[in-house]
Design a protein around this ligand. Structure first.
Ligand code: ZN
Length: 157
């Protein structure tokens, strides 16, 4: 079995003890400085953010050790899809969420990225979120090089 490290955080998947492999290390560590990184395929130029191990377009291995293949991404992006969670994960199972507790999860594409990422959207209600909505990253008040540093996204100002 391959070695894994666990990353602390409050992203929804952390409730399922989501673990990241080492290829996520540089990406997650950059959160400490409130930077979102991406990695560019040296063969075809596809930009991955979050990073990947292999380019799905041309099957080239991404050069995670090469500084010049990493780029700083925009903190802004566009909502491609979304869902509203009426049920949440609670210790021991699931629970129905009240209107105030409901969360909106968006699939978004950062400007300049060829890939998508999932995030929670705050600052907009169910009646406001739209496909095509412009959003921007919102950081935790104190960062520590963890997934939870990238707290959520908000409507772009
Ligand atoms: Zn490629």
């Amino acid at each position: 079995m391959e070695e894994h490290i666990s990353t602390s955080g409050t992203w929804p998947l952390s409730a399922f003890r989501w673990k990241t492999e080492r290829f996520m290390d540089r990406y997650v560590e950059a959160f400490r400085e409130r930077k979102i990184l991406g990695i560019k395929c040296a063969n075809c130029g596809t930009v991955y953010s979050p990073p990947a191990l292999i380019c799905v377009k041309c099957t080239t291995e991404l050069r995670l050790e090469r500084d010049e293949d990493w780029i700083r991404m925009s903190e802004r992006g566009t909502v491609l899809s979304y869902t509203v969670a009426y049920t949440g994960v609670a210790p021991g199972g699931l629970k129905d969420l009240s209107e105030d507790e409901r969360a909106i999860y968006v699939l978004l594409q950062l400007d300049g990225a060829d890939t998508h990422m999932l995030a929670q959207l705050e600052g907009a209600g169910e009646d406001e979120v739209r496909v095509g909505m412009r959003v921007q990253a919102a950081w935790a008040s104190e960062t520590k090089g963890a997934l939870s540093d990238l707290a959520h996204f908000v409507p772009a100002r």
